[in-house]
Design a protein around this ligand. Sequence first.
Ligand code: PLP
Length: 483
Amino acid sequence: MSLDESVVHGSKATVKDLPSIDKLLRLPSVQGLVSSHGHTLVALEARAQVDNLRAQALAGALPASALLPEALGHMLAGRIAGRLAPNMRRVINLTGTVIHTNLGRAVLPQAAIDHLVAMMAGPNNLEYELARGSRGDRDSIVEGLLCEITGAEAATVVNNNAAAVLLSLAALGGGREAIVSRGELVEIGGAFRMPDVMASAGAHMVEVGTTNRTHLADYERAINERTALLLKVHTSNYAVQGFTSAVSEAELAPLARARGVALVSDLGSGSLIDMGKYGLPQEPTPQQMLAAGCDVVTFSGDKLLGGPQAGLIVGSKEFVTRIRTFPMKRALRLSKLPLAALEATLRLYLQPELLVRDLPTLRWLTRTQEQVGATANAILTPLREALAPRYTVTLETMVSQIGSGSLPIDRLPSSGLAIAPNLSSKRGMGTALDALAEALRALPLPVIGRIADDRLLLDCRCVDDPAELLRQLGALRAALVEA
Ligand SMILES: *Cc1c(COP(=O)(O)O)cnc(C)c1O
């Protein structure tokens, strides 16, 4: 009996109608799949498909038409495409948070993407000195640039800023005491809590001051012969307001010097440029921290700097050398992928006038409400048409966030589209909004917005070109009609 003979349209198939794996693999369309993907994957998926069909047949829920050769081939091709589809996907970030940790933080500048791709396509001089033909140090790829940009004597790089803090504390303060203000015992999220990092580094944490006020005398009194360093932590994701005082790096530096201990500053975001120049909230820069007398400053590569995930450590030759040569460095070192992207990103900083154009993070942060509004306006009418008659779309002012824990109390005036379900009462509101948010996330290029006050908000700050979104509106409409 051939596959076709066993199938009667409209009727249900039984287990004895199922094709054998062999028979399935011999179908011409499946042979095509085997030549594209090889026997292993196709056979594996064919087996899973037949198992699935068997379960349906046993439940009496398998239409006989599902066993037609083209239906079987089509289904198998779909399974294989699903298995080969990557889990990591590009998305369109309409959350209004520019540096969104869940969405991959900073988006790389084109120069970094190009350099990364070029460097990964073959061998490179990661640890090889081309001039001398001898073994080199991967840090040297970015050390000169980092020193030039920050004014540091030396620099080294690791996997992320959490690693930079851990390594610095372990190398400089392991087995000894590290003094930190109670107002700066931050938790960044993802289990990065300063007291735990201290413990992991093997440094004994000595807390001084209070949650809201710490004075120079508090540090002074706590220093003894076991003290290795004073740690300043930039309270990047919260603000202590009201009756407060903290001791600045500039005030601590003379004390650290006089008592022979290191002054280490974890800046977190560490923008390399004066954000105030762009009308953005001011963030302390590594340059300022070094000029204030810090021995070591650590910061992230993928926050305000706008590059790949990396932890940057800049400071005096003496302390950076101790950090670089500490054995733990080997376990935390930066891989060649982000290193290539980091070099190209840092090189952009040699032409600061071009940053607003070429560094996506800065481009998006500096976009005015009017500029974002123009983008939103270009999307308004087509989106209205795609969502009519079930949803109403309006152009509205919004507030964006910088994100990634940086500058938590600062907001950027922005613009975007607010979508409300056309319902006469609040009943079903949540369901309708969730259905829309889900349909947006299910698009080929998923669109991520945020729900607030019974509306789905699409903040257009991070949209350079609305075409990618507009192209998907047909699919969105179709998905909502089906739902
Ligand atoms: C973000 C942050 C970190 C962690 O940096 P990662 O690059 O995410 O590892 C550490 N300290 C502070 C103050 C931060 O803001």
